[in-house]
Design a protein around this ligand. Structure first.
Ligand code: ZN
Length: 64
């Protein structure tokens, strides 16, 4: 059980979260949430979460 926000609506920096599609070889076409600032400033820590993992967390939380 984690205390993470399950489906994020905002990054901790205050910016909105957008949904992107991964194009890496490890995760082709896998969707993820990403802070729009985090995409531009890769050295900074901004919110990142896979969409399918967020949905799994949500389902788990509903069963608790
Ligand atoms: Zn951010």
């Amino acid at each position: 059980m984690t205390n993470n926000v399950v489906i994020p609506s905002r990054c901790w920096c205050g910016k909105g979260i957008l949904t992107y599609v991964s194009k890496t070889e490890e995760n082709p076409y896998r969707r993820f949430f990403r802070c729009e600032i985090g995409l531009k400033k890769k050295k900074e820590q901004h919110l990142f979460k896979w969409v399918d993992e967020a949905l799994l967390d949500e389902i788990q939380r509903m069963h608790e």
